[in-house]
Structure formats: structure tokens, C-alpha cells
Design a protein. Sequence first.
Length: 298
Amino acid sequence: MNAPAVTVLMPVHNGAGQLPAALDSVFAQDFADFEVLVVDDGSDDGTPAILAGCGDPRLRVLRLDRTGLIGALNAGLDQARGALIARMDADDEMLPGRLRRQVELFRRDPGLVACGSDYLLFGSAQGLVRTPHRDADCRAHLVFGSPIAHPAAMLRAGALRAHGVRYRADYPHAEDFKLFSELAAAGRLANLAEPGLRYRVHPGQVSQVEAGPQRTVQLRICAENLAARGVPVSTERLERLLWPSGGGWPDALRYAVRRLPELAVLGWRSHRLAGLGQALIVGRERLRRLLSRPAGDR
């Protein structure tokens, strides 16, 4: 059997409620040379039955005893047959044309190692999230957070294997951010300047349930990426810059006067103009969040 061009890697644990819509959105893509590798991480709900009832021959199922997300992702990397690996979560939906547009970009640019896209929020929040599109902007953003939305990402499998890049168990809840940080040493990063994913926002997702531990690991990665650029910064200082507390006009004004200039300096010192541009984008988003919260919120 010939290997497909793309492996769509989808880990799932007890995802019966949203899995059918996620699978349908992938199988409806206008680029057809792919396999869907679903890593069923010990599901004990209706997930196995849904997978067993899928009649599309492009589906492969890897059944594991409960190992956790990072173990499931690495098992998927080991079993993927495609030269390109497209990530997808079982509670999200792939927008039409995503795979085709990402594959076209990889074929035009042999040095590209990871490509995501802008994405749409749905569920308990709505809106369009824009990402940095050029390689320089993606690299500059790595000192402030992940530039690529994990379930919208496509990765070059050969670069992962040649450089020994995998999901790291010592970076839980931000393993994707660490992977992109390491993969950046192997080649270029990019995002499609159009939505490729509908990202479901709900109370049970990792960013809600594990918000505190995730933030701690994200700050650690940001500090490591800054140190690699010769700009050592403590995680405590980064937390004040990237996750300001409070809310309302007074706290927003204090952030604009005290913290935004610090953020801009970090961006400039790490990546010059691209870094400054990303710092201003990040700072503007933090100001928006402060203004959306009640005054005095902690």
C-alpha cells in the first residue's frame, strides 16, 4: 500500500459527543490523499463504536490503554505514514480547503517545517483569531507564546525525525509550544492567512481545567526562548507582562504605562522589528482582556 501524502493525527479519549463532526469535517476535505490516524487513548464511552462504524477506508485506529495526551501524540507520530502530519482534535472541526492549502504551501517551500492557520472560535466563545503569518513573525512570537494553534498545525515528518523532535513529557499542557520552539531550529514556520479550523471553546478543555499549570509551563518555555536569544528574563517578570491581573480602566492604564514598554523592549531585544511588532500585538490583546474584566478582578 502506498503511503499517503498526509497523516491527519487525531488523539481522542471519550470524545463520542463531538468525534463524528470532527471526522466528517476531515473526510469532506477537497484534498483526498490522506489517512486519518485516530489514537484512541483508552476510551470507555461510545468512541470505539463510532470508529468501528466508520466506513471510510482512510481511517486507521490505534487503540491504547490510557496513557495521556502526550503519550498518545507520540504514539501517533511513530505510526504516521504521511510525509506531512496534520494535527486535529476530536472536538474541533476542520474548515474546507485547509489540507489542500497547507500541502500547497509545503510543496512550494521545502524549508517549511510547520504551518498552522488563523482559526474561528465556537461554542462558549465566538470570534476570529489571527496568527502571525510570516516566518519572522512566528519566530518573534515564540518568546511570548505559541505562534501556531496546535489543532490547526501541519508538520513535516522528516524534520521531526531528523532532529529528534517529539512531544516532551516534561512540558505538560504546553507540549505543542515546546515542540514548535524546538522545530523552529529545523526550518521555517508559517500560518495560513485565513481560517483553517473551527476551535471549540468549552469548560472541559485543558486550557480551562489546567489553566494554572499550563501557564507555569508556558512561562518556562517563553523564558527559555528568550534566554536562547540572549535575553534572560525571570518567569515572575514574564507573568506580570503576559498575564496581568486586575481589570477595568485603572489596571489597563497601569499596564499600558508600566508593562507595555517593557514588553516592547523584550520584543526588540530578542527579534528587533519583528519582535517589536509581535510585542505590540500581544500587549494590545492583554489590554483588551483587562478592559473586558471587572475593575479589581484578581
